[in-house]
Design a binder for this molecule. Structure first.
Ligand code: SAH
Length: 369
């Protein structure tokens, strides 16, 4: 799949209309969404707190609900916004805890287990707080991914609940809001030493490697040469900013592109705390870059999971975007798990590559000729 194909929306027939999706976006196909779309009975103002591309939001709209969908992923949001137009619901870039309080009669939540239990807990609390008293929260999840535990916790936080559907290991349940749970503290802070400097990083729930610097990223930083001051650097998938901020501290001019809004907000706060200027943009791969923006260095620790599955679409789009936005003689530095086969793609695009380090991870480098 090339970069144009990566960015292209595609559509499938769904409930008499079309449902749009794209590579890199969560939520379709996904049996948890289909299960909840089938069994939920949304009424009145409805919050979808984990819409992905919007299958459940579309189905809730088709059942007559007035739907607001909050989605932090840019990739998902691109398809979700299109579906919002087609189906007639509202969608915006936001984290679940940004939902207005005591506003909705119904909340829908496919448990975002792949983002970790901290993010699930925050999503449950946010959905509960967004409901009016007596409002209903519909959830779906997988027994193999902690559904029972989350359901128990949801009942403790929110009120009475019952399982309404079982399908293999999938479960759907509904709860009625009796209690308003207290909001949970959002920010986590940790300190780290990178390339001889101390940093304080701030992270929101669900952010990649939110409590410590990822060991693959640390290896990449140890392998990178010293950069000349003013070097233009692109950090693709910049997360909370570990790579961007270390290089900015050495005088590089850095742009960080990141799909997850929680990570973008974390990176901006971390930059502010260290007094560094980095241009962090909410972006599906290179979506937020103009074609003429070029860099001397691109760094990346590409993602290879999406909604719990291993996928290489996004990583490949990262490498192709890097190639396009490197100036002549510019260099890409990539760190990955050794089992991920980036080498053929590097050879195809750059002609050659070198392996700078291999241990639990490998660091590959390639120069645009
Ligand atoms: N550079 C950071 C994060 C690396 S993990 C660090 O070293 O800590 C990969 C990052 O890519 C994650 O933050 C993930 O949210 C982001 N990502 C995933 N899909 C993306 C996409 N389509 N566009 C941009 N970023 C994406």
């Amino acid at each position: 799949m090339n970069l144009e194909e990566y960015h292209r929306l595609r559509s499938f027939p769904f409930a008499g209309k079309r449902l749009f999706t794209k590579p890199g976006a969560r939520g379709f196909p996904d049996p948890r969404y289909e299960l909840l779309a089938r069994v939920a009975e949304p009424r009145g103002p409805t919050l979808d707190a984990n819409p992905g591309v919007g299958l459940l939001a579309a189905s809730a709209r088709a059942k007559g609900a007035e739907v607001t969908a909050l989605e932090p992923s840019r990739a998902a949001l691109r398809a979700l916004s299109k579906n919002a137009e087609v189906w007639g619901f509202s969608a915006r870039a936001a984290l679940p805890w940004e939902a207005p309080e005591a506003t909705f009669e119904t909340a829908l939540l496919v448990l975002p287990a792949e983002r970790g239990s901290d993010f699930v807990r925050h999503s449950l609390v946010a959905a509960a707080r967004a409901l009016k008293p007596g409002g209903r929260l519909w959830i779906a999840g997988d027994k193999k991914k902690g559904f029972e535990r989350y359901f128990k916790e949801a009942k403790r936080l929110i009120g009475y609940g019952v399982i309404v559907e079982r399908q293999g290991s999938l479960r759907a349940a509904v709860l009625e809001k009796e209690n308003t749970p207290e909001p949970l503290p959002l920010w986590h802070r940790f300190d780290a030493e990178l390339r001889g400097r101390r940093f304080s990083f701030y992270t929101l729930p669900g952010v990649f490697s939110a409590t410590h610097v990822d060991p693959a990223s640390a290896l990449l930083l140890r392998t990178l040469p010293t950069l000349d001051p003013g070097t233009r650097v692109l950090d693709l998938g910049s997360g909370y900013g570990a790579l961007s901020l270390s290089l900015a501290a050495e005088g590089a001019r850095v742009v960080g592109l990141e799909d997850d809004l929680a990570a973008v907000l974390s990176a901006r706060r971390s930059a502010e705390a260290t007094g560094l200027e980095v241009d962090f943009r909410h972006s599906d791969v290179d979506e937020a870059l103009a074609p003429e923006e070029k860099f001397a260095i691109v760094v990346m620790n590409p993602p290879f999971h999406l909604g719990g599955r291993v996928v290489l679409d996004v990583g490949q789009a990262f490498v192709e975007a890097a190639y396009r936005h490197l100036e002549d003689g510019g260099r890409l530095f990539l760190v990955a798990n050794p089992f991920l086969k980036y080498e053929p793609l590097l050879e195809a695009l750059f002609g050659r590559y070198s392996t700078l380090a291999v241990n639990r991870y490998k660091v590959l480098a390639a120069t645009r000729q």
